[in-house]
Design a protein around this ligand. Structure first.
Ligand code: SF4
Ligand code: SF4
Length: 534
């Protein structure tokens, strides 16, 4: 089990657990965070007997152990037939070309490994090396999918056996990568290891019905059934919005009434509905800003139309298409000029990058990021802003989907530089940012002890970056703010801060961009940022 000895050919062997990480192997945190690491929850042995749990120290999928060798064989066959589909135009026309390019060749230079925060923070555990997963995939495809593969693969690419152990471990391994694509960005020949993660997840969901319950059953399925993956139906959504409007009036003294279903509005604003329940001040601040700036805008109260979440993006093309289609149809029905996506990175990618390149007919609805809309509002002079009201240290977290993937880098910075006199960048930032560690659905996954894994390992680099950005004011005597204009990133940062007691130790809080804009508004007399942990 020692990390350095992990070999791809051993992945299919019937060993108890492929790897294990000790706390001491993780990259050290600075004082006082190095004093003691939070204790990991243990997965009970009894549970391990009934589900597949032989990869590492955590568990996302809890795949029930097959009852017989025959059942195992059937599952392996299904996996193989799913793999074959990935390489046909009819079944995978969206991703076939980049997948073939990625599969073709890897120079094994390991530039990508150096870029991966999970690999680095784990103490360079081989299992989390970006190429480990990809190489497994590559070998399986070359041996079992390509013609003549079984005969030549041993000599050409190294051997791997495709048995149930390999398949069930691969399923879990597809959920040890945040799809942040930092590795893809650095690869000198354009190999996209994150795409392999994505395609694996897709085979497991679409062909074997294996997906984390948080993003499937409690995610996209719930969203299509009741209207939102939060479980909020249209009625509850409207009630919540009315409550938010009232609360905004109490907090700012300014009356607002969020518009619903206004036909012909310029902008249909779609939030990540998680904001409405977890951070209601965010949709409230949006409403205040847009009303004050005189933007013609509306929300939709139709099921799915008030929730920009599209979890299918991370694991299932069919679910992705179903949700995206609803968004486009609702915009068409309302006859709005464009959709504006609120502070949610994956919602941006799902609609603006994927869906809008697939809907080539009348469903191709113009779409804009909230970042550019807000930049236009802030610099239009329509809001009376006083930067002195934001005179505390602020740094910016770059959501991977918004920044690295879409190139929306500068608008949010220009706003922060304009309204926050103590703004400072993280290192690195912009397109070279590090993921919050909650990407690709991780932020909402906490089953078993996965929360320990995502906070100790996948979120560790972000915690280090945040502490580094405020290292000139490390203590709890000065309040500091991490601006994270993405609902999923905020969820992960909230959990990170709770786990490591960041508020108590360093007085760092977090929130979105619109909250800082409202906080700077001269008309808003009280501090809109709440300097307390909740
Ligand atoms: S950077 Fe690219 S070529 Fe180099 S090891 Fe990684 S995937 Fe292979
Ligand atoms: S996508 Fe991100 S988390 Fe996944 S292997 Fe690449 S760098 Fe690591």
């Amino acid at each position: 089990m020692k990390n350095k000895k992990l070999k791809i050919k051993d992945f299919s062997k019937d060993t108890k657990q492929f790897t294990h990480i000790e706390n001491e192997e993780l990259v050290k945190l600075p004082p006082p965070y190095n004093e003691e690491e939070p204790e990991w929850k243990k997965i009970p042995d009894q549970q391990k007997e009934s589900v597949e749990a032989s990869l590492d120290d955590t568990l996302v999928l809890s795949i029930p152990k097959p009852a017989s060798a025959q059942e195992e064989e059937e599952l392996v066959k299904k996996f193989l037939s799913g793999l074959q589909k990935l390489f046909t135009k009819e079944n995978n026309w969206t991703f076939l070309q980049p997948l073939l390019l990625t599969l073709d060749y890897c120079a094994k230079c390991q530039t990508c490994s150096e870029a991966c925060p999970i690999y680095e923070m784990s103490g360079k555990n081989e299992l989390y090396r970006p190429t480990f997963r990809s190489e497994l995939f590559r070998r399986i495809v070359k041996k079992y999918v390509k013609p003549g593969g079984k005969f030549f693969s041993k000599f050409k690419v190294g051997d791997i056996d495709l048995n149930w152990k390999t398949v069930s471990r691969l399923a879990e391994l597809a959920y040890r990568c945040t799809i942040c694509r930092r590795c893809a960005q650095t690869c000198p020949i354009g190999v996209d290891n994150a795409l392999i993660t994505h395609e694996l997840r897709k085979v497991f969901s679409q062909e074997l019905g294996i997906a984390p319950k948080e993003i499937h059953k409690d995610g996209s399925v719930l969203q299509l059934k009741v209207g939102s993956s939060t479980g909020m139906n249209p009625l509850a959504f409207k009630d919540n919005l009315e409550f938010i409007d009232e609360d905004m009036e109490d907090r700012t003294g300014l009356k607002i009434e969020s518009p619903f279903d206004k036909e012909g509005a310029e902008v249909l604003l779609i939030h990540n509905a998680g904001e409405i329940l977890a951070w209601p001040e965010n949709p409230g601040a949006f409403a205040l800003i847009l009303e004050k700036a005189g933007v013609s805008w509306t929300l939709s109260s139709e099921a799915v139309g008030y929730d920009g979440i599209n979890y299918g993006l991370w694991y299932d093309d069919v679910q992705l298409a179903r949700v995206a289609l609803k968004h486009a149809q609702i915009a068409k029905k309302l006859k709005v000029k464009k959709i504006v996506i609120g502070e949610c990175g994956h919602a941006h990618k799902a609609f603006m990058v994927i869906a809008n390149r697939i809907f080539l007919d009348e469903l191709n609805v113009p779409a804009e990021s909230a970042m550019t809309l807000l930049e236009n509002v802030v610099f239009s002079g329509k809001l009376d802003l006083d930067p002195k009201k934001n005179d505390f240290p602020v740094t910016l977290h770059d959501p991977c989907n918004l920044v690295r993937l879409m190139g929306v880098v500068e608008p949010q910075r220009r706003i922060l530089i304009h309204i926050c006199p103590q703004f400072r960048e993280m290192t690195p930032h912009g397109v070279k940012n590090y993921c919050c560690g909650g990407g690709s659905g991780f932020a909402i996954m906490s089953q078993n002890n996965f929360k320990d894994w995502r906070l100790s390992i996948s979120g560790r680099k972000k915690l280090l970056q945040i502490l580094e950005a405020f290292k000139d004011k490390p203590g709890p005597d000065i309040n500091k703010y991490v601006c994270a204009p993405c609902s999923n990133c905020k969820g992960q940062i909230r959990d990170l801060f709770q786990y490591y007691k960041v508020w108590e130790r360093s007085a760092i809080t977090y929130g979105g961009l619109v909250e800082l804009i409202v906080n700077a508004m001269v008309d808003v007399k009280e501090s809109f940022i709440e300097w307390e942990w909740h």
